[in-house]
Design a protein around this ligand. Structure first.
Ligand code: GLV
Ligand code: GLV
Length: 329
């Protein structure tokens, strides 16, 4: 019969409309959250295409459950650490992600978090809501001056890191980076980004912002030693993936005053957030919303569905994960 496509969650509107253009049947898991593992394994059986979210683990078991008709897994995210890409490749299953379309939104949130943490915006808002008596005071809620030559250290300068660098440059910040993608190097150079080893970046940055993918190499890249290497006023921003940071070590570093603040969009054990993080005034925690702009999420969902459509029609995918990423400016 015609190729069936399984979608693991209700997509943003544009993605739902794009699904209507597919020639074959489409099954969408409608529900408040992701399907249970059992529901997922059942739903994928016999599918030719899957549209998945980062909450779904696409591993050997799931690929086996899908069966031999499966030709494409389109992750509606730029990160694809939830997918066993090698297992998919062994079966000839194409894996795609949604790069480029979320770079600006993600960089916007990273900068929002660095400004909010540096200037203690969330803490100050809580202070007013708590009904504190106040009168303007020259020492009230003093924070870090970001524009006056503060240094931002970008760990992983690819497309998203570059979008952060452009913003930080416009603020007059100094820029350092560890690991610059070849395709981003020319623009990084033009922005005055200095490439430094990670220890140098950590010890010389007022803000450290993470933009690397989660891989075995970057798992716990930031642990106790790295946090201790940062200045005691430094702000750590994570909009990449939670496990890039050793969360227990981060809690400890914040409690000891080893760093100044953390602003986190992602967590090591999502959806769980380390309870002690939420007790600290110098922590901003938001629920993995970096790409959550209306237009951005529409673009991600549309791209994911177009990847499925292309592969099922025998055309090359638009954004396969193995393709060398380009650096759009
Ligand atoms: C979100 O975290 C993404 O990878 O797109
Ligand atoms: C602050 O409100 C100022 O006027 O300096």
């Amino acid at each position: 019969g015609p190729s069936r496509v399984c979608v693991t969650r209700t997509l943003p509107d544009a993605g739902m409309r794009e699904l209507e253009t597919l020639p074959g049947p489409v099954d969408v898991h409608h529900g408040d959250g992701p399907p249970s593992r059992a529901e997922l394994l059942d739903a994928v059986a016999g599918a030719s295409g899957l549209v998945t979210l980062l909450t779904e683990s696409v591993d050997e078991e799931l690929l086996t459950a899908a069966g031999p008709d499966l030709r494409v897994v389109a992750n509606c995210a730029v990160g694809y650490d939830n997918i066993d890409v090698d297992a998919a490749a062994r079966r000839g299953v194409v894996v795609t992600n949604t790069p480029d379309v979320l770079d600006e939104a993600t960089a916007d949130l990273a900068v929002t978090l660095m400004l909010a943490a540096s200037r203690r915006v969330v803490e100050a808002d809580r202070y007013l809501r708590a009904g504190n008596q106040w009168i303007w005071d020259p020492r009230l809620f003093l924070g870090l001056d970001l524009s006056a030559g503060a240094t931002v250290g970008i760990v992983g300068l690819g497309r998203i890191g570059l979008a952060v660098a452009r913003r930080a440059n416009a603020f007059g910040m100094r820029l350092a980076a560890h690991r610059i993608s070849e395709s981003c190097r020319a623009e990084a150079d033009a922005l005055g980004v200095t490439e430094v080893p990670l220890p140098t970046l950590l010890s010389s940055s007022d803000v450290v912002t993470l933009h690397c993918p989660l891989t075995p190499r970057t798992h716990h890249l930031i642990g106790a030693a790295e946090l201790d290497a940062m200045p005691s006023h430094a702000v750590l921003v994570n909009t990449a993936r939670g496990p890039v940071v050793d969360e227990a070590a981060l809690v400890d570093a914040l409690e000891r005053g080893a760093i100044g603040a953390a602003a986190l969009d992602v967590f090591e054990h999502e959806p769980r957030v380390h309870p002690r993080l939420l007790e600290l005034d110098n922590v901003i925690a938001v629920p993995h919303i970096a790409s959550a702009g209306h237009a951005t999420r529409d673009a991600m969902a549309t791209l994911a569905v177009r990847n499925v459509a292309a592969v099922l029609a025998g055309r090359p995918p638009l954004t396969p994960v193995r393709e060398r990423s380009s650096c759009h400016s």
